[in-house]
Write a protein that binds this ligand. Structure first.
Ligand code: NAI
Length: 427
């Protein structure tokens, strides 16, 4: 199908890269007790023996530990990136050195290379797909439908991927079961909120060397990610302004004490703009017109279409790299609007970005791992379409994490359980 080379063939010094990648993975692994507990189970039981798993995810140290866990549980795994800028080449090289893993992820690929790498991954003839953004599911359905019969199912990591899958399902076009990993409490309430909040702010601060205190930070979208960004920015003494299109979320932000206003107004007062909508064209031409000199524009949503960079480029009389990861667009009136990480996920695609904190990804990837196990063990229970992750699996991962943290908690008595399940007890 394809002759696209794995990362090892694309690096000048793969040995050095592997060593550094392995070091990063080891550090993350020390802080991933959920994956460690599952590793013990998977190494002993080999639940994935004979399975071929195709993955398109952000290839960095935490993801790598999930990939290796699946491989050590018996699977043959092929992986590539789900964003051209989020791959850590050294980690990718470390994965590629594993006997049961081929990694095609390379940082900085162009569009053609990105999709060639997706094809190379599909070449494994997958029985399971694991996506972050749905690119694999789309490629299989559009270009390799003959593979669908042997695919047990898939798992989707992020909000945008789940949106796309639900749209595909509504059109009757999704031909195998896919679990909406994003939508579980153990993922969304922690990864999207705390993970995106902490890592986006850290990446912006490190990339610019600027302070949050006293800044007007405009957060576009008050969903799970937006809540995290707003909360953490507020915790760093910024004044948070929220823009929304959904009335209840706008009200929620208002009741949290944030200023809520249209982007047209926010554009005039913002110092930093962070988009988290999963939508397109959120910051556009008319907003650039009104912005102050020196503003920072960053995106934390999945695709690089939330800030209209083409319009910004058209307006600019000059454009230059102001810092590593910061592109200044100079307007005719002298104002400079600074775009971080080319408008791609700032917490993953900025040059120094590390992605979410390790502990958070341990939870998200714990869900991914048990969902793949569920697909392999009980595929017949799930028809084509998007499926919620069974609640017991989510709870299983929460319990592993609580045990690892040494947190004990109560359980229902028999009487309480009976009471909660009954409609007969009234006043
Ligand atoms: P969500 O659906 O909970 O929140 C999105 C919010 O944006 C909604 O409240 C929606 O009403 C609002 N919105 C939509 N269009 C808007 C517009 N034009 N102006 C203002 N608000 C608008 O989704 P969630 O979970 O917060 O995810 C958001 C995006 O972030 C998705 O693309 C998701 O894939 C991505 N994501 C990024 C992560 C990262 O590491 N940076 C981690 C997890 C998710």
């Amino acid at each position: 199908m394809t002759a696209y080379p794995s990362i090892t063939a694309q690096l000048d010094d793969p040995d050095a890269a592997r060593e550094e990648g392995r070091r990063k993975m080891e550090w993350a692994r020390q802080h991933m007790p959920i994956l460690e507990a599952l590793r013990e189970e998977f190494e002993a039981n080999q639940p994935f023996a004979g399975q071929r798993i195709a993955m398109a995810m952000h290839v960095e140290a935490k993801t790598a530990n999930l990939v290796e866990l699946l491989a050590d549980g018996g699977a043959e795994v092929a992986i590539t990136g789900c964003n051209p800028l989020s791959t850590h080449d050294d980690v990718s090289a470390a994965l590629d050195a594993h006997d049961s893993i081929a990694s095609y992820a390379v940082r900085g690929v162009d569009d053609d290379e990105y999709y060639e790498a997706i094809e190379a991954v599909i070449d494994v003839d997958p029985t399971v797909t694991v996506d972050d953004g749905m690119d694999l599911v789309a490629a299989v359905h559009e270009d390799y439908p003959e593979l669908i019969d042997t695919i047990l199912g898939g798992a989707e990591e992020t909000t945008t991927g789940v949106h796309r899958l639900r749209a595909m399902d509504a059109d009757g076009a999704l031909e195998y079961p896919v679990f909406a990993v994003n939508d579980t409490p153990m993922k969304r309430l922690f990864d999207n909120v705390h993970g995106t909040g902490e890592s986006s702010l850290a990446s912006i601060a490190m990339t610019t060397n600027l302070s949050w205190a006293g800044k007007n930070v405009v957060v576009a979208g008050y969903g799970y990610c937006g809540k995290g960004v707003a909360k953490k920015a507020s915790g760093q003494n910024a004044n948070v302004v929220v823009t929304e299109v959904e009335p209840r979320r706008a009200l929620e932000a208002h009741m949290e004490g944030y200023d809520v206003m249209p982007m047209g107004d926010a554009a005039e007062i913002g110092d930093v703009f962070v988009t988290t909508t999963g939508n397109r064209d959120v910051v556009v031409d008319e907003h650039f017109e009104r912005m102050k000199d020196g503003v920072l524009l960053a995106n934390a949503g999945h695709f690089d279409i939330e800030i209209d960079l083409d319009a910004l480029d058209d307006k600019a009389v000059d454009r230059y790299e102001a810092r590593d990861g910061v592109e200044a667009y100079e307007m005719a009136d002298g104002r400079r609007l600074n775009v971080l990480a080319e408008g791609r996920l700032v917490n993953l695609a900025a040059p120094i970005a590390l992605g979410h904190p390790v502990e958070v990804m341990d939870q998200s990837f714990g869900i991914q791992a048990v969902v793949v196990r569920e697909l392999v063990e009980n595929a017949d229970d799930y028809g084509p379409g998007v499926h919620d992750v069974p609640d017991e699996l989510d709870k299983e991962v929460a319990e592993i994490k609580l045990a690892a943290e040494g947190v004990d908690f109560d359980s229902l008595t028999d009487t309480q359980e009976e009471y909660m399940g009954s409609w007969q007890h009234g006043t």
